[in-house]
Design a protein around this ligand. Structure first.
Ligand code: SF4
Length: 708
């Protein structure tokens, strides 16, 4: 909302899934003053380094200012006609599965909704997938298996109410910094609160840990199966909860006991000290208010969905879910990964948490959209999608607000695919992304500060992104661009939107049309918002219903699950090794992740001198013993090589790194790194259920650059 007296605009940070509220005011000397919104429940005035430096990323430098065809400026009409004609020709000859959209957790919910509607309801294929596939699809799949719905049960406040917080596969101090700040503050005021960090590396997050478990990469499911076995032995199951609200207990316990029979076995497999494993289990056993936060270290695995379920199982058998201070909690990577899930932005979803492979859902959505068709089978998930482009099966792709030429695993192949593709459309606010280099048509989209719509954070909280700077004359909202192409494909009445508020109302109305079995996501009472009510919408957690008009902080605690039988499903988990294991030729493990002061592929944070000073160049963190074995000295250049690619980086020798494992950040793009990008090295292996790639485990060889 705009406060006219002090000219303050309240909006939401465009980076991580914490979804911090931002107050922006005009500063006559320095442009804009950015500060944390004291009234926003996610951050209560706090900001991290990236949020605080947002003003550095504003301005026209590097902006795409006009539509381009083959890098020549054209009128919008020409560009839109070219896309519509190109897509239609391909659909006419090869069918709707020959075209695809690859979208982004950076899009606003309204943009996402319109893109999904066009592809699934009007083109009639489900080939729309998102870069959120790379960061949280294993959580989505795990939630759906256990709860029958993609429901995050708790909220951020639970962190502050918990007596035990377990962080596993999460360097929250760098990747979700404001949540980490809230955790540290809570621990300071509540000395009995315990924090346990499970991570192969000793990261900044470990600084607040009472116990750090430097687990062997890939063995997480054994550790959590062992916890389940331990809880059973100690008779710590909540029998009332499991009897009344859970299915699958016996098989799940039997599998856990068979695969993780005791503490010594677990310690041996996970390369941990048995005393530490027992300490973790004992804390969990005796602490009713226990939270388990997990992120990419769990999700980005070829058995990520099973790992998620191994965590959910432990919370379900103890009934510790959806009540204050307890529950499993998936930390979402992107600002609107959750909003994308709401509207069906993954290739296996429909809209409003409905399913493509459910004929009732298809009928309902098609009727609501009054669409001529509806996708009747799941489309291609990210890795498969670019493989299909490479194979020539997908002949036109429209990439919106993301940079897969850097961020996809095995990205040399992705680049080859884009080079071969008959038609590549890229809409972005930046002129020179690595992916834009492959575009036949480039479209200037609005940037943060110009966009108007909503995003949903990791705790299901919908917040407004509001504009506070005038957009360049030719830059347009993503929803407008998609709608204009839809109209040129012949779908005029279904895409005659005039505002993001209008799209939000339609999205909210559809959420109220679900049948009861799937109705976790319901914001239908927001479907009548006027323009000014939408403009003033305060952050609110879904579901928002007539019974819960102020939103809902917690779900599932009363045992109301969304499976057909209304019970949670305990999933037997047989731990699997990573798809590719080290060999004598590639003896180490490449682990990738984020650093504190950069975001994704640096197209925006790279503009900030302050942020770039934190880590100015690509580096590889190596344990001293591995460095010694390879005769590598600190700060010298090294070559990293896998079956998929090669890069050069600066060696950083660190005792905080797990021996046998190398950590390389994901961020540097072609503009900032001239000797290879780390995701070109990453294995394209994916989880068979979630299709999330295994960014955390690729066998790698290292050697001194001088000797190559
Ligand atoms: Fe933005 Fe995340 Fe930092 Fe909050 S924690 S300011 S949402 S990057």
């Amino acid at each position: 909302m705009a406060d006219t007296e002090c000219s303050t605009v309240k909006t939401t940070c465009p980076y991580c899934g914490v979804g911090c509220g931002i107050s922006v005011s005009k500063d006559t000397e320095a442009g804009f003053k950015i500060s944390g919104d004291m009234a926003h429940p996610a951050n209560k005035g706090l900001l991290c380094s990236k949020g605080a430096a947002l003003a550095d990323t504003l301005g026209r430098k590097g902006r795409l200012l006009a539509p381009e065809i083959n890098r020549k400026s054209v009128e919008w009409e020409t560009a839109l006609n070219k896309i519509a004609t190109g897509f239609q020709e391909i659909i006419d000859i090869y069918g709707p599965d020959a075209v695809a959209f690859y979208v982004s957790g950076q899009l606003l919910t309204e943009d996402y909704y319109v893109a999904n509607k066009l592809m699934k309801g009007f083109i009639g294929a489900a080939n729309i997938d998102t870069n959120s596939r790379l960061c949280m699809s294993s959580s989505v799949a795990g939630h759906k298996r256990a709860f029958g719905s993609d429901t995050v049960p708790g909220c951020y406040e639970d962190l502050e109410l918990a007596d035990l917080v377990v962080l596993t596969g999460s360097n929250a101090a760098w990747c979700h910094p404001v949540l980490y700040q809230r955790l540290v503050a809570a621990k300071t005021t509540r000395p009995n609160m315990k924090v346990i960090v499970i991570d192969p590396r000793q990261t900044a997050t470990s600084d607040c840990a009472d116990l750090h478990l430097p687990i062997k990469p890939g063995t997480d499911a054994v550790l959590f199966n062992g916890l389940l076995t331990h809880l059973k032995k100690q008779q710590k199951f909540d029998d009332h909860f499991t009897n009344k609200f859970c299915d699958g207990l016996d098989a799940t316990v039997a599998t856990a006991e068979a695969t993780a029979p005791n503490v010594e076995f677990v310690a041996n497999v996970c390369c941990l000290d048995a005393k530490d494993v027992l300490e973790f289990y004992a804390y969990f056993e005796k602490t009713e208010k226990a939270m388990t936060l997990y992120s990419q270290g769990i999700n980005q695995s070829s058995s990520g969905t099973d790992k998620v379920n191994s965590i959910l199982n432990c919370h379900l058998v103890t009934g510790r879910i959806g009540r204050p201070g307890m529950g499993p909690f998936s930390l979402t990577g992107q600002p609107n990964a959750m909003g994308g899930r709401e509207v069906g932005g993954l290739a296996n979803q429909l809209a409003a948490h409905m399913e493509i492979d459910n004929s009732d859902h298809r009928e309902l959505v098609q009727k609501f959209w009054q669409s001529p068709t509806i996708a009747c089978k799941p489309g291609l998930a990210a890795v498969d999608l670019f493989d299909a482009v490479y194979a020539g099966d997908v002949k036109a792709i429209w990439i919106m607000g993301t940079n897969p030429a850097v961020s996809m695993p095995n990205n040399s192949r992705v680049r080859q695919a884009l080079k071969k593709c008959k038609m590549v459309v890229v809409s972005d606010c930046e002129q020179n992304t690595d992916t834009a280099d492959f575009a036949d048509v480039l479209l200037p989209a609005l940037a943060w500060g110009e966009k108007d719509g909503t995003v949903t954070n990791s705790e299901r909280r919908i917040s407004r992104q509001r504009p506070f700077v005038p957009a360049p004359r030719n830059a347009k909202p993503d929803w407008w661009i998609i709608s204009e192409v839809a109209k040129r494909l012949g779908h005029v009445s279904a895409f005659k939107y005039q505002s993001s508020a209008e799209i939000f109302r339609e999205h909210a109305l559809l959420s109220g049309h679900q049948n009861n079995a799937t109705r976790d996501f319901d914001i239908s009472s927001l479907s009548t918002l006027t323009q000014s009510e939408y403009d003033d919408l305060a952050p609110i957690q879904w579901p928002v219903t007539d019974e819960q008009p102020k939103g809902t902080a917690r779900l599932l605690g009363t045992g109301a699950f969304f499976t057909p039988g209304k019970k949670a499903v305990l999933v037997p988990v047989s731990p699997q090794p990573p798809e590719h294991l080290p060999t004598p030729e590639y003896p180490l493990i490449l682990n990738t992740g984020r650093i504190r002061d950069q975001w994704h592929t640096m197209t925006r944070t790279g503009k900030s001198g302050i942020l770039s000073a934190h880590r100015p160049e690509p580096y590889a963190e190596i344990h001293p013993i591995d460095a010694k074995l390879s005769k590598i000295r600190d700060r010298e250049l090294i070559t990293l090589e896998t079956l998929w690619g090669k890069m050069v980086a600066r060696a950083t020798i660190s005792p905080y790194q797990k021996q046998g494992s190398i950590f390389v950040p994901i961020h540097w793009n072609d503009q900032y790194a001239s000797n290879g990008l780390v995701d070109a090295l990453v294995s394209p292996a994916t989880d068979p259920i979630s299709k999330q790639p295994e960014f955390k485990y690729t066998p790698v060889a290292i050697r001194r650059f001088a000797t190559t």
